[in-house]
Design a protein around this ligand. Structure first.
Ligand code: 7PJ
Length: 277
């Protein structure tokens, strides 16, 4: 694995695990002020996560939760661009969570350092857009689509199938001209997977890391943790931190989390133990 991840004007050292803080800009009934209030809240949240020590921020304008309704590229950009502008002065690389080439083009032109695509650049033109930029890309595995993925996920060998898919997408990226040190891979916990599939993938994360790319793991507050602990999303902090720590111990180099400060503390304890061992 390369010792650094190149993403836009940044080069992130991979000699320690990195924490990616999640910034959602999906206005709902909670934001009575609509889009503007949602953007202001997202900017404040992004600044807070950066202050807590996030190594990357991941801004998303379209929910990919199971069954979520799709939004247009125009709506997605109307949500994301004000936030991208509002965090441009922060010295932390900003990733944008999107599957749409129109959105990728616009955010890459405005300094996005990474494209985080839950479809692994499947859309026509997406590979070329990222290749023509200097941004990094996170290639995620998903079985099915957000609308249908949790209906009946089925694998003969989940780890091998996810690994082979990610190897194929990484090869497509390098063929398109994306250097290896700009590529991150992600098994896509919760995306077309049962709790058992997610646990197998976590236990065998080393098999994914063996591809030679930094592995990103996203367990934060996900429903598998609810199934394991019996807790609602807002009560899953301890479970989320435990999963992030286990992911790092099993080979993840980036953890995508909502709770940056707590995750950083847990990783600091792990690093301290490893230094003395
Ligand atoms: C992930 C993501 C993930 C990557 C979401 C949620 C659902 N991107 N976007 N990996 N999850 N790369 O945060 O619960 O696991 S949205």
């Amino acid at each position: 694995m390369n010792p650094v991840l190149r993403c836009g004007r940044f080069a992130l050292a991979l000699d320690r695990p990195l924490v990616m803080g999640v910034v959602n800009v999906t206005p709902d009934s909670f934001y009575d002020g609509g889009r503007h209030a949602a953007a202001a809240a997202a900017i404040a949240h992004a600044r807070q996560l950066a202050a807590e020590g996030a190594d990357l921020l991941d801004i998303g304008g379209e929910s990919s939760r199971p069954g979520a309704a799709p939004v247009s590229a125009e709506e997605e950009l109307a949500r994301i661009l004000p936030v991208l502008e509002g965090v441009a002065d922060i010295a932390v690389p900003v990733s944008v969570d999107t599957v749409k080439p129109e959105v990728m083009r616009a955010v890459l032109a405005r300094g996005a350092a990474m494209i985080n695509d839950i479809t692994a650049l499947a859309a026509p033109g997406a590979l070329g857009l990222v290749a023509a930029s200097d941004a990094a890309v996170c290639l995620m595995h998903m079985q099915g689509s957000p609308r249908t993925m949790q209906a009946d996920p089925t694998y003969a060998d989940v780890t091998a199938e996810v690994r082979d898919f990610l190897a194929g997408r990484a090869a497509a990226c390098t063929k398109a001209g994306i250097a290896r040190d700009r590529i991150v891979v992600d098994p896509g916990f919760g995306f077309g997977k049962t709790v058992e599939h997610n646990l197998t993938l976590l236990a065998r994360l080393g098999d994914i890391a063996a591809l030679g790319f930094p592995v990103l793991a996203g367990w934060s507050r996900k429903s598998s943790l609810g199934r394991i602990t019996g807790r609602a999303a807002e009560e899953r902090l301890a479970g989320s931190v435990a999963a992030a720590l286990i992911a790092v111990q099993r080979g993840a180099r980036i953890v995508r989390v909502h709770d940056v400060a707590a995750t950083r503390d847990a990783l600091a304890v792990l690093a301290a133990v490893e230094r003395s061992g």
